[in-house]
Design a protein around this ligand. Structure first.
Ligand code: ADP
Ligand code: MG
Length: 794
C-alpha cells in the first residue's frame, strides 16, 4: 500500500530521457564563473527550493519539546507545530513531535521497509517528505492534529527521502569530468554526497549508470554510501548491472565494500537478477567473481536463471546452468556434529567464549534431510534450519528465502563470507572430535585453521536484557533463540524451551478425517475459528461431539506446523481446570488446534449484546472470581498468558466463563502491540508498561491485563481508553493516567483494578490475592455460593 506508483521501468524511461543531459553543463558554467560562486549559488537555490527543512537530527525528546514550546511562545499557541528527529530507540526510525492544545505529542515514524515509513497503522509512504505532506493535509485521521508549521531545521537525510533538488554535484557527475567532480568534492561547500536528485538517484548511481570509473572511485573515496537505494529501490550495483557496466562491479565491491546480495524492497531482486533479465552476461561473470551466490531468490522465488529463461537470454542461461566451479574454502569436518541435539549444541558453544558468529551444524530432529546451523550472537543462540528441495531436477540447500546452493558446504561457505540475512556472518566453527576452533578468514578467501585448546568453562556473563535477541532474528529462525538456563526468565519460557519441539511429544494427534468442519465461529488474529464435529474412536464406541477448531494462516505454502503454536499446544494439553478451555488435541496437516466448544463465544461480544440483562452482582463477580481462579491455576503451572482480555474469555453459561488463547501471542512476532487487532482493538491497551518498554511478560503483567479485563466487564464491553490509539495510550499510562471507574461499577472493584495497574509490578496483587479476595470478601457472598455449586461439580 505505498503511494509510490513508479516502478523500476519508469525510472528507466526517465534515464533514457535526454533532458537529464541538458543540465550536464558545469564545465560550460565554469568558463564564466568561479567554482565557489557556482557552489554558493547552488546552495542558496536549493535552500529556497527545498521546503522540507523540518528535520532536526539526533536531538533528545526533551530538546524537541523545548524547541516546540519555544515555538509556541513565539507563534502563539498554534496547533500542529512540528519537527522530525531521529528515534533514540531504533536507528532506522524517526519521531514526529507535534503540538496540540499546548502539549507536545511524539509519534514514532517506523521504517516499514527500506526508505518507506509509516505512522502507527497509517499508510506506508515512500520517504518522509511524502509522509509529512500527507499529514499536512487537513482532516487526516491518525494524528491528533493537522501539521501546520515547523521548527526550521534541515532537509531529512537522503536515505529517508525519495528525491530532492538536483545539485551541482549531480550535474558534474553526469557530465563525467573527473577533475571537476574532484574539485567539488574537495570544496567546503560541496553538497551532501548522498543527496538524491529530482529523478531520485545519487551521484554514485549516475556515475555507475554512465560508466565513469574514475568518478565512481572518487565518490567511494569520499565515502559515498554504496548501499543507498534510489527511488526505484536499486543500489549502485543494481544500476551498474542494469546498464551493463560490468567494470563497475569490482570497484563497488572491492573498493566500496558493496553487498552483492543487496536486494530491492519490493521484488527482492539482487543485482544478478537485473543482469540476467537483460542478458548482461559480463555482469553475471563479474558478480560471480565477487562471490555472489549462483542462485539467489527474489520475493517470488525466481532465480536469475528463471529470468534468463523467461527473457530468452541464451548466453546467460548457459552460464547460469553450469556447475558452480568456484572453490569452496570450508569442509564439513570443520563444523558438522551429526549427533548433537539442540541443547547439547548450545552447551558446546557455551563452553567456548560465545564470540559472535561461532557456529556448528547439526542434524534437524524434525526432518532427517534437514540440518540446523546453531550460532552465537550477542550472547544468544540462533538456530536456522537448512532445508533441502528439488530445483530443476537437482537437490538444493537453502535457509528460509535465501539463495539456493548445490551442497551444504557451499551454503556454509557463503554464510562464512557474508551474513546475507543471518544476524551475523559465520566466523568460526567448532571442529568435532578435536578440541579446536576453526576460524574463517573470509576476506582472504581461505579458511585458516587455528587450533585453540578448549577453554575451561568461562565465567557466565549475565545478560542485561535477556529477551532482546528475539527481535533480532531477521530470517525466521527454526525456533526462538535458546537462552542459557541460568537466566532469570519467566519460568514458562524455560519450561517450554527445554523441551524438544516435535509433534511426537503431543499426546493427542487427531486425524483430519475424524473432524467434520462446520460454520465459522469467528476470525481470529491467526486464522479462522470454525465449529466442528469430532468423532473420537474409542475401543468400543465412537463418540461424537462438538469442538472448536482453530486454523492458522500459513506463512508460506507447505510451511507445516508452526513451532511457536505447537509449543503452546504442548503446554496446554495437560491443563485441566473448569475456567480454562480444554485442548483436545492437534491436527498436524493442516495444522489446527482442536478445542472444547464454548457455546456463547467471546465475553466482550456477549457483554455488549446482553448489556442490561447481566447483573453486576452476582454474575460479573462470579466471572471475575473464575478468571482469577483460572489464572491462579496457570500461575501455579508457571504459565504466562500474555493476552488476557475479554476477547479471550469465552462464555460457557451464565455461571461459567473460560480462559482461552494463552501464550498464542508469543508464538507470533514480538513487538506487534503497535498493531490494532481485529475490530480496532489495540493489544497494547492490555499491556503493562514494562511489556511495552522491555517486552517483558510475567505473572505481574498478566495481573495488569486482568485489571483491564475487569474494567471491560464492568463497563459491559466498552473499548478501554475509548478511541485512543496504541501510542497515545502508552503516553497516557506512562504519565500516570489510568482507566476511569466505569459507571455503576462498585468502588471496591475499581480499587482492585487500580491495584492491578500499579506501576511497580511487585506492588500489584498476585492472582492468589485476587482469588482469595474474590472468595473471601463478604460483598461477593452470593457470587461465591453460585461458584460453589460449580466447584462441587468438578
Ligand atoms: P482472537 O484472535 O480475536 O482472540 P480467536 O482466535 O480467539 O480470536 O477466536 C475468534 C472467535 O472465535 C472468538 O471471538 C470466539 O467468538 C470464537 N471462538 C474461539 N474459540 C472458541 C471456542 N473454543 N468455542 C467457541 N467459540 C470460539
Ligand atoms: Mg483470542
Amino acid at each position: 500500500m505505498t503511494d509510490n506508483g513508479e516502478d523500476y521501468r519508469d525510472s528507466e524511461e526517465i534515464y533514457a530521457n535526454d533532458a537529464i543531459l541538458e543540465i550536464a553543463n558545469v564545465s560550460q558554467c565554469l568558463k564564466t564563473e568561479s567554482l565557489t560562486s557556482l557552489l554558493e549559488y547552488d546552495k542558496k537555490k536549493i535552500e529556497n527550493e527545498d521546503d522540507c527543512r523540518w528535520y532536526h537530527g539526533k536531538i533528545s525528546r526533551e530538546a524537541a519539546e523545548s524547541l516546540l514550546k519555544e515555538g509556541l511562545i513565539h507563534l502563539g499557541n498554534v496547533d500542529g507545530l512540528f519537527l522530525v528527529r531521529d528515534s533514540t530507540s531504533s536507528k532506522d526510525d524517526f519521531v514526529l513531535s507535534v503540538t496540540h492544545n499546548a502539549r507536545v505529542y511524539q509519534f514514532q515514524l517506523k521504517e516499514a521497509y527500506d526508505g518507506h515509513y509509516r505512522l502507527d497503522e497509517g499508510p506506508i509512504f515512500a520517504g518522509l517528505v511524502k509522509l509529512i505532506q500527507f499529514y499536512q493535509r487537513p482532516n487526516k485521521t491518525g494524528l491528533v492534529t493537522t501539521l501546520t508549521q515547523h521548527c526550521q531545521g534541515t532537509a531529512p537525510p537522503p536515505k529517508a527521502r525519495q528525491q530532492g533538488p538536483t545539485n551541482i554535484l549531480h550535474r558534474a557527475v553526469i557530465e563525467g569530468v573527473e577533475k571537476i567532480v574532484k574539485d567539488i568534492l574537495n570544496h567546503s561547500l560541496c553538497p551532501p554526497i548522498d543527496a538524491k536528485n529530482e529523478w531520485g538517484t545519487t551521484a554514485l548511481h549516475d556515475a555507475c549508470k554512465y560508466g565513469f570509473q574514475d568518478v565512481v572511485r572518487l565518490l567511494i573515496e569520499h565515502k559515498a554510501d554504496v548501499e543507498m537505494k534510489d527511488r526505484a529501490g536499486l543500489s549502485p550495483l543494481h544500476r551498474s548491472c542494469a546498464a551493463n557496466r560490468h567494470e563497475m562491479i569490482p570497484i563497488l565491491v572491492e573498493e566500496g565494500g558493496a553487498n552483492v546480495q543487496s536486494s530491492t524492497p519490493k521484488t527482492a531482486w539482487v543485482p544478478m537478477h537485473d543482469a540476467a533479465m537483460r542478458g548482461h552476461v559480463e555482469c553475471i561473470k563479474a558478480l560471480l567473481k565477487q562471490n555472489a551466490p549462483l542462485m539467489p531468490r527474489a520475493e517470488d522465488e525466481q532465480t536469475p536463471l528463471d529470468l534468463a529463461i523467461k527473457y530468452n537470454r541464451g548466453e546467460c542461461i548457459e552460464l547460469l546452468s553450469k556447475k558452480d566451479q568456484r572453490p569452496i574454502y570450508t569442509k564439513q569436518e570443520n563444523w558438522l556434529h551429526p549427533d548433537l541435539d539442540r541443547q547439547q549444541a548450545c552447551q558446546l558453544l557455551d563452553s567456548y567464549h560465545k564470540t559472535d558468529g561461532l557456529f556448528l551444524v547439526r542434524k534437524s530432529r524434525r526432518n532427517v534431510n534437514f540440518h540446523v546451523i546453531t550460532f552465537c550472537f550477542k550472547k544468544n543462540y540462533y538456530n536456522f534450519e537448512v532445508k533441502v528441495k528439488d530445483y530443476k531436477n537437482k537437490l538444493v540447500y537453502y535457509i528460509d528465502n535465501g539463495p539456493l546452493f548445490p551442497s551444504l558446504e557451499r551454503l556454509i561457505d557463503h554464510y562464512m563470507r557474508q551474513a546475507d540475512g543471518l544476524t551475523t556472518r559465520l566466523t568460526a566453527s567448532i571442529r568435532p572430535g578435536h578440541e579446536e576452533l576453526v576460524y574463517s578468514h573470509a576476506n582472504e578467501r581461505t579458511t585458516a585453521q587455528v587450533s585453540v585448546p578448549k577453554p575451561n568453562l568461562p565465567p557466565r556473563d549475565e545478560p542485561e536484557v535477556p529477551e532482546e535477541a528475539y527481535a533480532e532474528a531477521i530470517m525466521s529462525p527454526e525456533e526462538p533463540p535458546q537462552l542459557p538456563p541460568s537466566r532469570n526468565l519467566p519460568s514458562k519460557m524455560m519450561l517450554s524451551e527445554t523441551r524438544q519441539q516435535s509433534c511426537e511429544e503431543f499426546k493427542k494427534i487427531i486425524d483430519f478425517k475424524d473432524i467434520q468442519l462446520g460454520q465459522d465461529l469467528g476470525e481470529g488474529e491467526y486464522g479462522a475459528v470454525k465449529k466442528g464435529k469430532y468423532t473420537e474412536s474409542g475401543k468400543v464406541f465412537k463418540k461424537k461431539f462438538d469442538v472448536a477448531v482453530k486454523t492458522f494462516h500459513q506463512t508460506e505454502p507447505g510451511a507445516g506446523v508452526n513451532e511457536g503454536i505447537l509449543r503452546e499446544a504442548i503446554l496446554m494439553q495437560d491443563l485441566d481446570h473448569p475456567s480454562i478451555v480444554k485442548l483436545f488435541g492437534i491436527c498436524e496437516n493442516p495444522f489446527m488446534l482442536v478445542e472444547e466448544f464454548v457455546p456463547y463465544g467471546a465475553l466482550c461480544d456477549y457483554l455488549e449484546k446482553h448489556k442490561g440483562k447481566i447483573k453486576v452482582d452476582p454474575t460479573l463477580f462470579l466471572w471475575a472470581s473464575q478468571i482469577a481462579d483460572g489464572m491462579h491455576y496457570l500461575e501455579q503451572r508457571k504459565i504466562v498468558h500474555r493476552d488476557l482480555a475479554a476477547r479471550n474469555i469465552l462464555v460457557e453459561s451464565k455461571t461459567q466463563v473460560k480462559i482461552s488463547d494463552f501464550g498464542l501471542s508469543r508464538a507470533y512476532e514480538e513487538g506487534q502491540y503497535y498493531k490494532a487487532s481485529k475490530g480496532g482493538r489495540w493489544p497494547i491497551k492490555w499491556y503493562a508498561p514494562e511489556c511495552v518498554s522491555f517486552g517483558k511478560f510475567t505473572h505481574h503483567t498478566d495481573v495488569w491485563s486482568y485489571g483491564v479485563t475487569l474494567w471491560e466487564m464492568f463497563s459491559f464491553g466498552e473499548q478501554p481508553y475509548g478511541d485512543k490509539k496504541g501510542i497515545e495510550v502508552i503516553e497516557y499510562v506512562e504519565a500516570g493516567g489510568r482507566l476511569q471507574c466505569p459507571e455503576n461499577c462498585p468502588v471496591k472493584v475499581y480499587e482492585w483494578m487500580k491495584k492491578c495497574w500499579e506501576k511497580d509490578p511487585k506492588r500489584r496483587p498476585s492472582f492468589t490475592d485476587l482469588k482469595n479476595h474474590f472468595e473471601d470478601d463478604p460483598l461477593y457472598g452470593s457470587a461465591q455460593s453460585l461458584g460453589l455449586s460449580q466447584k462441587k461439580k468438578n
